[in-house]
Design a protein around this ligand. Structure first.
Ligand code: DP6
Length: 333
């Protein structure tokens, strides 16, 4: 069987993509910036089936069994597949299996890793040139903007060129430049009730959205400089301010969207205390209640020791800055 398997990482946004200029084409209203992760990955295996047979879309459970994908995963994959087929004019039926190393749909960007993996596997299947910029553009066809950034490792900006909104993401520093850690506090592993897509749609209804867009260019610059200079204090202040602001936009949208839970807030507060005590640590949250605790490798053990007994965290995931997608020689089926 002619199988292709790709492993692709998730990423955590330090400057958030929130709100779209064009919902059909998935074009953002602002430049976002993320750190690619290394442990939170999606695997995607695909293989051609005989013409005339329906696609088979499978999910590999944590126990290692392959089961039919649930309705929401199936819907996302079928949509992306439809776009990729049209793009490549390649219509061969496929058997596709995916798996995640982390909770799905809970604000840990499973769509970023999942769709970038599918984009790369599909392009390889069509024997196409697979450079990362191309994967980034193909990943956007899924409707998940954050997937464009997962095509690269390290610190990544999307769009890479501000004048080219439909263009690919672009890396500006490799993971090795500053191997920051991300301790992910899973507060709730269930699928979030309001999707990012709905959140993007509602963003402009917040009376504060325009102000946010005006503030972002300076903040982007601050975060970029902080990364290039490895200046944790500057990074922490800008990244926390950014995450709170994105959630404030969600909370003041009409209707409002509240992703936070009491434990989310407890973690934010505790991390601010730890920073006050001299540890290099800060928080950020995507569209979900889970908290990404970003810290330097040097302070990681102390940070975890201080947070591990906080009630309400159902699981900790230890991650760090990592590289982009890669092809694997072992397969899901
Ligand atoms: C808050 O539409 O890319 O994570 O596809 O559901 O992961 P999903 O989301 P997407 O929006 C991402 C929203 C965000 C911020 C970000 O990652 O930039």
């Amino acid at each position: 069987m002619n199988r292709i398997t790709v492993s692709s990482p998730s990423n955590i946004a330090l400057i958030k993509y929130w709100g779209m200029r064009d919902e059909q084409l998935t074009l953002p209203n602002n430049i976002s910036l993320s750190m690619t992760l290394s442990q939170c990955v999606s695997l995607c295996t695909l293989a051609p089936l005989h013409s005339g047979t329906p696609d088979e879309i499978l999910w590999r459970t944590r126990e290692g069994t392959l089961v039919p994908a649930n309705a929401s995963l199936r819907f996302g994959i079928e949509y992306h597949l439809g776009q990729l087929r049209q793009h490549f004019d390649h219509w061969q039926p496929l058997r596709i299996a995916t798996s995640n190393s982390f909770p799905t749909g809970a604000g840990i960007a499973s769509s970023a890793s999942g769709f970038s993996a599918l984009a790369m596997a599909f392009a390889l299947q069509c024997d196409q040139d697979c450079d990362a910029a191309r994967i980034s553009e193909l990943a956007r066809l899924s409707g998940s903007g954050s997937a464009t950034r997962s095509a690269f490792g390290g610190f990544v900006q999307w769009p890479g060129d501000a004048r080219q909104l439909a263009g690919p993401a672009q890396p500006f520093a490799p993971a090795q430049h500053w191997p920051l850690c991300d301790l992910i506090a899973v507060v709730d592993a269930r699928h979030k009730k309001v999707s990012s897509r709905q959140g993007h749609h509602l963003a402009a209804s917040s009376p504060f959205y325009r102000t946010r867009l005006d503030l972002l260019p300076d903040r982007l610059n601050t975060v970029r400089q902080a990364i290039l200079n490895r200046d944790f204090t500057a990074l922490a202040n800008a990244v926390e301010c950014e995450a709170v602001e994105m959630h404030m936009i969600a909370m003041t949208s009409q209707p409002p969207v509240f992703y936070w839970q009491p434990t989310t807030l407890a973690l934010l507060e505790r991390v601010r205390q730890l920073r006050g005590e001299g540890l290099q640590v800060c928080t950020t949250m995507d569209a979900g209640p889970n908290v990404h605790v970003i810290c330097t490798a040097q302070h990681r053990s102390q940070v975890f020791a201080a947070l591990r007994s906080l009630p309400g965290v159902v699981r900790w995931i230890f991650d760090q800055a990592g590289d982009g997608p890669r092809r694997l020689e072992h397969h899901l089926f």
